[in-house]
Design a protein around this ligand. Structure first.
Ligand code: UTP
Length: 289
């Protein structure tokens, strides 16, 4: 079954990047000239997703404005002959069919996903975490859709992380299946060192069957008093297995200060307008390090 729908949870409080995220959603923090969430919507669109639901919360209306038309600005750009940027501005609104719903209380990623229940209906769907930008030649969401096509099971994007990082993320119990593909039979959120299954952790993307809603409804609140999506996926992995795809692409955690800096440096170096001058600037700076 083709994956047509995606959910982008973007309702978190972003406490790790305060004060930047006090009045500006972290999902709207800019990487050179585009907000993080635009890269994510572009990835979904390139992966064949048609309908996107963005989960927002209080203070996040700039997300909706970004994907909306902007008649006054468009007129001004046209009148001054800036057709290039005019086209870019209008194209943002054509990326996908985007709708929004609010998570009234930030009760965790699992709770945010539950807010998508009526949007999703009974089809499998993609989840792209609103603060995880992943760049590469082949969109990661598309890589996961291919694995779903092949195995017909829920899929998570995974990467190996360090022992220190895994304790802040999740750990997967894996069995190799094919190149970069693993069967996942168990998982744990924020493991203690003696609970770590492997250094493979879920990073930012998954494909879930609609069954996940029923599982979420029966999952108790977990780590940090939040409804954890990983706890529901653990049930899915134990009952029917999931697939892990060690995806190709560079992931930037826009929910962390270092992740934001890495994203800006790497995108800035590859950007046609800034690349050359920025490279020269960095070379000078590097001499002083
Ligand atoms: P995070 O755990 O990174 O987001 O969730 P957070 O809670 O904003 O982070 P900190 O720890 O306070 O800095 C991953 C994604 O899930 C969304 C976030 O917006 C982020 O895109 N999320 C998280 C929700 O939509 N609702 C929630 O209740 C929690």
């Amino acid at each position: 079954m083709k994956i047509r729908k995606a959910v982008i949870p973007a309702a978190g409080l972003g406490t790790r990047v305060l004060p930047a995220s006090k009045a500006m959603p972290k999902e709207m923090l800019s990487i050179v000239d585009k907000p993080a969430i635009q890269y994510i919507v572009e990835e979904a669109a390139k992966s064949g997703i048609e309908d996107i639901l963005i989960i927002t919360s209080r203070g996040k209306t700039t997300v909706e404005d970004h994907f909306d038309r902007s008649p006054e600005l468009e007129q001004r750009l046209l009148a001054s002959g800036k057709t290039d940027i005019y086209n870019q501005i209008v194209d943002i609104t054509k990326l996908a069919n985007i709708t929004y719903t609010r998570q009234h209380e930030t009760k965790g990623l699992g709770h945010a996903i539950l807010c998508a229940k009526s949007f999703v209906g009974d089809e499998p769907f993609a989840v792209l975490y609103g603060d995880d930008v992943i760049l590469g030649e082949k969109p990661v969401c598309g890589q996961l859709c291919e694995a779903y096509d092949r195995y017909g099971l829920g899929v998570v994007g995974i990467k190996e992380v360090t022992m220190e990082q895994i304790q802040k993320y999740s750990s997967m119990k894996v069995e190799p299946l094919a190149d970069r593909q693993y069967k996942i039979t168990d998982m744990i959120e924020k493991p203690k060192p003696d609970q770590v299954f492997s250094l493979f952790s879920i990073l930012g993307r998954c494909i879930l069957p609609a069954r996940i809603f029923e599982i979420l409804e029966n999952t108790p609140y977990g780590y940090g008093g939040e409804l954890q999506l990983t706890d529901a996926m653990k049930t899915l992995a134990r009952e029917e297995g999931m697939i892990g795809v060690d995806f190709e692409g560079r992931r930037y955690d826009m929910g962390s200060k270092l992740g934001i800096l890495e994203a800006i440096v790497e995108v800035g170096l590859g950007h046609p307008e800034t690349g050359e001058a920025f490279r020269a600037y960095l070379r000078e700076i590097a001499k002083t390090l």
